[in-house]
Design a protein around this ligand. Structure first.
Ligand code: ADP
Ligand code: MG
Length: 763
C-alpha cells in the first residue's frame, strides 16, 4: 500500500473495506484542496492524537470550520490507513434529518463516492447504507423500545453496551436538545464499561467547558475560525439608516378590527415605556439635550416596567415592515451580497416571501446546521419560537422569545465567511445586553412524558434519579407531572411500572397521547379519523386564516364541522373532502375554495401512511384485511368523539352554563377561553357538558385550541376519573362534575388491559 503523507485520496484498504478512489479525478483533487483550506484541517494531527489518547474529547469551533464534515472523515481515513478500516464503525449523530442526509452526501462527494458506500445516513424513515458503510450519519431520536435511539437501533446494535460501535460523535451539542442530553447521561454511565469506545462531542459555540466538566474534565480542542469581521448594527442604527417609523403600526387604528385594536392597545401600553427609554435615546440623540434629563438614570428607573416590556415585546410579533425596510435598504445602498434573514417561523416567512424573492429567509435552523457560504448581510429579528413548559400550570407554551447571546453571536457569524459582512439587529442594544448567555436546554423547557416512557422501557431505574444525572437536571415537579400524566392515561401503573398500553406506546415514536389515540382508533374501528387527527396533532392543522379573508375562512371551517361542535371533526371532514377532490384531480381548487393548505394536507397524508406502517409493525393493523376492517365506526360521531377523548384525556374542560352563555374551566388553571380560530368560539351554549382539547396555550390569555364537545359517558369510558367518588358509588354527578369510584375505574381499566394484552400475546 502506498499512500503519500498528507494525501487522503486514493486510500485503499487491504481488506477491501473501501473502494479505491480514482486519484486522478479532478473533482476529488479540487475537493481535497478545498478541504485543506478549512480551519479544521489545521488541527487534524492534534485531533487524531487526542482521539487516540483519550476516551472523551470535546471539540468546539465556529460554524463552517469543518467539524461535521472533516472530523469524522479524519477518523475514517486514519482507521483505514492503519489497517483497522474493516473494523471501524463510526457513528455521528445529527439532531435533524436534513443535516444527516446533506452531510453524508457532502462527504461522499468529497471522497468521490456515492452516498451509501463508505459513508451513509440513517433517519427514521429511510436510510442509505451498505455492508461497506463505515461512517454513518444518524438522526438522533428516541423511538425504539429495544434500545434508546435510532442510531443504535439502526446499526443493529441492540445491546446497551453499543458493542460494534468504535467511535461515536455527537454533533451540535451546544443546542442542548433533549435527545442529546439524554444520550449523554447514558454514555457517561457506559464509558467505564466500554473502555475502547471513543466519544467525541462537537459544539459550535464556546461552552465546551460545561461538557468537558460533565465528562470528568475531558480534554477540549478549539478550532479557531478563519472569519472576516462582521459589523454590528442595533435597532437604533437600523432605524436611522432605514428611516422606518416603528411606531407606524400603532397609527392605523381605524382600519383594524376590534380584536386587532385590543391587541395593539395591549402592545402599545407595554411597549411605550421601553420605546421611550431606548428608542428615543438613540434615535433622537438630541432628546436628552432638549429635555434636559439624565437619560441614564431615568433609564435605570424604568427597570421594573422595562422588564415587563421586554417580556411583552418578546411575545409580540416581529415587525415585518421593518424587516422589509432593512432588506430594501441593503439592496439599494449596500454592495452586492446574499442576505440571510432570521425570523421566528413559517408564518413570517410566507408573509415576507410573497413580497420578496431570492433572499434566504430562515428560522434558527440556519444558525448552525446549514452553511451558506456567500452570506454578507444577516438580518436578525432576535427572536425564536421556543417551547417552554410551565410545570405549575402544566402548560406548554410556544411563543416567540428572545434568543440567547450565544445564538445572537451564532447568527452574526453566518455573515463574514468569505468577506467582511454586516449584521442588522432589529432590537436595541439594551435587549442584547439583557439576553441570557445560553438558551435553556430543551430538557428544562418541555414536558417529559415521552422521555419518561423511554426511561421506563429501557429499565434505567427511577425516572427521577436517572434525570437527576443530567447535565442540567429538570425540575422534579416536571418529572412528577410527566409520571402523573402517564399514570392518568394508563401507560404506567401505580408502582410506575409499564402497563401493556405503556409498552405499546414506547414503540411508537409519538407523543404518548397521540399514540394512544391511534391505538384506540384501530381497536375501536375508527382508524381513519384517528389517523387524520393524529397527523394534524403531530404536525399542524391545515386550516389557513388569511388576514383579509378571515370571515370566509371561518365559515369554510364551520361548514366542515357541521353541528358537531368539534374542530377535530372539521379537520376529519376537510381531509375527506381533500381526498375526494384529489381523486378527481381538483385538490388545488378544493384547497383554495376552502382555505386549506395543500402542503400541510399532503404532509398529513404521508404521516397517515407512516402511522399505518407503525401500527402494522406492532400488530394493531393487518394491512391484508383492508381499510374497511378498521373503519366500521368511522362515521359514528359519538364513537369518534369517544376515541378522541381517549387520546386527549386529561385535556378536559368543563362547560358551565352562566345564564345565556357558557364559561369554561380546567382543573389546573381555572377559567380558560376557547381559541378564536376554533369553530366553538362564540358559541353560547353547548349540547354536552365537557370539551376535550388538543392543547392549551398562553398568549394574551389562556386559550384551549382545537376543542370537541363530548358527553360524560365518553369521559367515563375513555377518559378517567376527574375526581374520585366520595360516597363510594360507582358513578355520581356532583355539581356538574362526574365522579366515579376507584374500583369502578379499575374494572374498566382491567377490561381494556385484557383487550390490549390479548393483542400482545397474538403473534
Ligand atoms: P461545521 O460543522 O464546523 O459547521 P461543516 O463541516 O459542516 O462545518 O462545513 C465545512 C465547510 O464545508 C463549510 O464551510 C462549507 O464551505 C463546506 N460545506 C459543507 N457542506 C457543504 C455542502 N453541502 N455543499 C458545499 N459546501 C459545503
Ligand atoms: Mg456542523
Amino acid at each position: 500500500r502506498d499512500t503519500k503523507s498528507g494525501d487522503d485520496s486514493g486510500v485503499t484498504s487491504s481488506r477491501g473495506a473501501t473502494k479505491p478512489l480514482p486519484d486522478a479525478s479532478n473533482s476529488v483533487k479540487a475537493m481535497l484542496s478545498f478541504r485543506e483550506k478549512l480551519p479544521a484541517f489545521k488541527v487534524k494531527a492534534e485531533f487524531l492524537k487526542a482521539v487516540a489518547q483519550n476516551q472523551v474529547l470535546v471539540v468546539s469551533g465556529e460554524t463552517g470550520c469543518g467539524k461535521t464534515t472533516q472530523l469524522p472523515q479524519f477518523i475514517l481515513e486514519e482507521e483505514i490507513s492503519s489497517l483497522r478500516g474493516a473494523n471501524c464503525n463510526i457513528i455521528c449523530t445529527q439532531p435533524r434529518r436534513i443535516s444527516a442526509i446533506s452531510v453524508a452526501a457532502r462527504i461522499s462527494s468529497e471522497r468521490g463516492e456515492n452516498v451509501g458506500e463508505t459513508v451513509g445516513y440513517q433517519i427514521r424513515i429511510e436510510s442509505k447504507r451498505s455492508a461497506q458503510t463505515r461512517l454513518l450519519f444518524a438522526q438522533l431520536e428516541c423511538y425504539s423500545d429495544s434500545w434508546y435511539c435510532s442510531i443504535l437501533f439502526c446499526c443493529q446494535v441492540q445491546d446497551p453496551y453499543l458493542n460494534g460501535v468504535s467511535h461515536l460523535l455527537v454533533d451540535e451539542i451546544h443546542e442542548r436538545g433533549m435527545n442529546e442530553d439524554f444520550l449523554l447521561i447514558i454514555l457517561r454511565d457506559l464509558l467505564p464499561r466500554r473502555p475502547d469506545l471513543r466519544l467525541i462531542l462537537m459544539s459550535a459555540t464556546i461552552n465546551a467547558d460545561l461538557f468537558s466538566k460533565y465528562f470528568g474534565n475531558a480534554p477540549t480542542i478549539h478550532i479557531s475560525g478563519l472569519t472576516f469581521p462582521v459589523a454590528e448594527l442595533f435597532l437604533e442604527d437600523v432605524l436611522q439608516k432605514t428611516r422606518y417609523n416603528i411606531k407606524s403600526e400603532f397609527d392605523n387604528y381605524q382600519g383594524s378590527s376590534r380584536r386587532r385594536r385590543k391587541e395593539l392597545d395591549f402592545k402599545k401600553d407595554n411597549l411605550t415605556a421601553l420605546f421611550e427609554a431606548c428608542i428615543q435615546r438613540w434615535v433622537i440623540p438630541s432628546y436628552a439635550a432638549t429635555k434636559d434629563v439624565d437619560i441614564d438614570s431615568e433609564y435605570k428607573n424604568y427597570s421594573a416596567s422595562t422588564r415587563h416590556s421586554l417580556e411583552a415585546w418578546s411575545g409580540s410579533q416581529i415587525d415585518l415592515g421593518l424587516v422589509e425596510a432593512t432588506i430594501l435598504h441593503i439592496c439599494r445602498h449596500e454592495a452586492d451580497g446574499a442576505i440571510l434573514v432570521f425570523l421566528t417561523g413559517w408564518d413570517d416567512i410566507s408573509k415576507l416571501l410573497t413580497r420578496l424573492k431570492k433572499i434566504v429567509l430562515a428560522t434558527n435552523i440556519a444558525e448552525s446546521s446549514i452553511t451558506i457560504d456567500d452570506v454578507v448581510y444577516v438580518i436578525d429579528c432576535g427572536k425564536a419560537k421556543e417551547t417552554s413548559y410551565d410545570a405549575l400550570n402544566k402548560l406548554a407554551c410556544l411563543l416567540p422569545s428572545w434568543i440567547s447571546k450565544a445564538s445572537a453571536h451564532q447568527r452574526r457569524g453566518r455573515a463574514g465567511r468569505v468577506q467582511p459582512g454586516v449584521c442588522y439587529r432589529l432590537y436595541p442594544k439594551l435587549i442584547h445586553d439583557a439576553m441570557l448567555e445560553y438558551q435553556l436546554p430543551e430538557i428544562l423547557r418541555t414536558p417529559l412524558q415521552e422521555l419518561c416512557l423511554h426511561i421506563k422501557s429501557l429499565q434505567l431505574g427511577s425516572v427521577g434519579s436517572f434525570l437527576g444525572k443530567a447535565l442540567q437536571p429538570p425540575d422534579p415537579l416536571s418529572v412528577e407531572n410527566a409520571i402523573e400524566l402517564l399514570k392518568t392515561i394508563g401507560a404506567l401503573g401505580d408502582a410506575e411500572e409499564l402497563t401493556p398500553l405503556g409498552r405499546h406506546l414506547c414503540t411508537l415514536p409519538l407523543d404518548p397521547n397521540i399514540g394512544k389515540m391511534l391505538l384506540m382508533g384501530a381497536i375501536f374501528q375508527c382508524l381513519n379519523p384517528a389517523l387524520t387527527i393524529a397527523a394534524a396533532l403531530a404536525h399542524r392543522d391545515p386550516f389557513v386564516l388569511p388576514i383579509n379573508r378571515k370571515e370566509e375562512a371561518d365559515a369554510a371551517k364551520r361548514s366542515f364541522a357541521g353541528d358537531s361542535c368539534s374542530d377535530h371533526i372539521a379537520l376529519v371532514k376537510a381531509f375527506e373532502g381533500y381526498k375526494d377532490a384529489k381523486r378527481n384531480g381538483r385538490e388545488r381548487a378544493f384547497c383554495w375554495e376552502n382555505f386549506l393548505s395543500p402542503v400541510t394536507l399532503q404532509m398529513m397524508e404521508d404521516m397517515r401512511n407512516q402511522f399505518i406502517d407503525l401500527l402494522s409493525d406492532i400488530g394493531f393493523v393487518d394491512k391484508s384485511r383492508g381499510a374497511s376492517a378498521y373503519n366500521q365506526y368511522s362515521h359514528d360521531l359519538e364513537m369518534v368523539c369517544a376515541v378522541l377523548c381517549a387520546g386527549l384525556y386529561p385535556n378536559v374542560v368543563q362547560c358551565k352554563r352562566r345564564g345565556k352563555r357558557t364559561a369554561f374551566y380546567t382543573k389546573e388553571v381555572g377559567k380558560v377561553d376557547i381559541h378564536p380560530a376554533s369553530v366553538n368560539a362564540g358559541v353560547h351554549l353547548f349540547p354536552l357538558p365537557y370539551m376535550v382539547y388538543s392543547e392549551k396555550v398562553k398568549t394574551t390569555s389562556i386559550f384551549v385550541r382545537d376543542s370537541t364537545n363530548i358527553s360524560d359517558y365518553a369521559l367515563l369510558l375513555f377518559g378517567g376519573n376527574l375526581i374520585p367518588s366520595k360516597t363510594g358509588e360507582d358513578i355520581e354527578m356532583l355539581g356538574g362534575y362526574l365522579h366515579f369510584s376507584a374500583s369502578h375505574r379499575r374494572k374498566l381499566r382491567g377490561e381494556l388491559d385484557k383487550l390490549l394484552n390479548r393483542k400482545v400475546e397474538e403473534p
